[in-house]
Unconditional design. Structure first.
Length: 361
């Protein structure tokens, strides 16, 4: 069963390191100084640790950016407090190797590793959704067994394994928490059966509450309890007017054709979740706001999480608290450019919210 830490009443607030070439001053206008590299992504993580974030997402891609696993090993030795949320694509590596890698990375990080399970197609393949999630579910089940130090006797469609766990183990001797998101029926059932934290993308407060209620019901049918996380962009300034101007600045050099090309580059560009982000943009007002402080303009040039919480510090905190009241216990935030917005959120938002310790067990 999914477990909560001792700080379960406090939200976890994480930042995002742009390992997949997703950093801009102007959306859709690549800046060589913001392209993914060891130095740039390292500096984002170090800034997030300095500002007091609890965790940081290290995303996974193939066509763009740098490798998350290799980066996690390097940054683990440069950090002391912040947890590392490493994205792993299920099926990309042989599971016994993944278990050994995860255990080693967790040791390098002093027990600060979490796992973001990714179910996207692998480079060079296109697998039907039901089969892809079936593979993901098998991988999650076997990976958890190996990292919990339990023998595996599994005979499935994608994995046929009888083996003992590797000698190397995590600091706790247990599997790190699995963060997982997805909006198709197959994805939700996979999450209900195997995830620890279900991640949702930006939506109205009512929409997020509905997702949480749905997933609670699904998890209960599996006799499990989940935590819930929200992956969202944020633009915070000292005044609402300044925040809205910053949002306009971000898309001021974006044309529709470039935005479409960027969205189509993603391996998940036709998923149910992406369709919902498009729907939110269609429901927005002329300035791109679908409800108070929720701006959908980012989705014009980004697949995946396509909206931002925009406002002054009080408005941003109030929005986050509204999502907390809807059941969210973890936030994975980001903003453009990532280092600068990390500093603003660290200055204006984190001091106003009690949040979880990054050294939770």
């Amino acid at each position: 069963m999914g477990k909560m830490g001792k700080d379960e009443a406090k939200p976890e607030i994480a930042w995002f390191s742009a390992l997949c070439d997703d950093d801009y001053e102007y959306l859709g206008v690549p800046d060589p100084s913001l392209a993914s590299s060891w130095e740039h992504c390292r500096d984002i993580v170090l800034k997030a640790e300095e500002e007091g974030f609890d965790n940081i997402l290290l995303p996974s891609g193939y066509a763009l950016g740098i490798d998350g696993g290799a980066f996690a090993g390097g940054i683990a030795t440069h950090t002391r407090r912040i947890r590392l949320l490493l994205a792993l694509r299920m099926g990309e590596m042989w599971l016994p190797q993944v278990a050994r890698q995860v255990a080693t990375l967790d040791q390098m990080a002093g027990g600060r590793l979490d796992i973001n399970i990714i179910s996207s197609d692998l480079p060079g393949e296109s697998l039907e959704s039901e089969s892809r999630y079936a593979r993901t579910r098998e991988c999650m089940e076997v990976l958890r067994l190996l990292l919990d130090r339990k023998p595996v006797d599994h005979h499935g469609e994608f994995l046929d394994l009888v083996l003992d766990p590797p000698r190397v183990q995590t600091v706790s001797g247990r599997c790190p928490p699995f963060y997982f998101g997805g909006f198709s029926e197959a994805a939700k059932e996979t999450a209900a059966a195997q995830a620890d934290v279900f991640l949702t993308w930006p939506d109205t407060v009512e929409g997020v509450a509905g997702t949480v209620a749905d997933m609670r019901s699904r998890a209960q049918r599996h006799q499990r309890t989940l935590r819930y996380g929200l992956r969202s962009h944020v633009i915070v300034r000292e005044t609402e007017s300044e925040a809205r101007k910053a949002a306009e600045h971000l898309v001021s050099r974006l044309d529709a054709e470039t935005g479409q090309a960027i969205r189509n580059r993603s391996l998940d560009s036709v998923s149910v979740g992406v369709s919902r982000q498009s729907e939110l943009r269609e429901q927005s007002d002329a300035e791109g706001y679908v409800e108070d402080c929720l701006w959908t303009g980012i989705g014009r040039a980004r697949s995946g999480a396509g909206a931002a919480i925009v406002g002054d510090p009080d408005q941003v905190v109030a929005k986050l608290e509204a999502y907390r009241a809807a059941g969210i216990g973890a936030f994975i935030l980001s903003g453009y450019p990532h280092i600068e917005e990390c500093g603003r959120v660290g200055k204006h938002v984190l001091p106003r919210m009690a949040h979880a310790s990054p050294t939770r067990p």
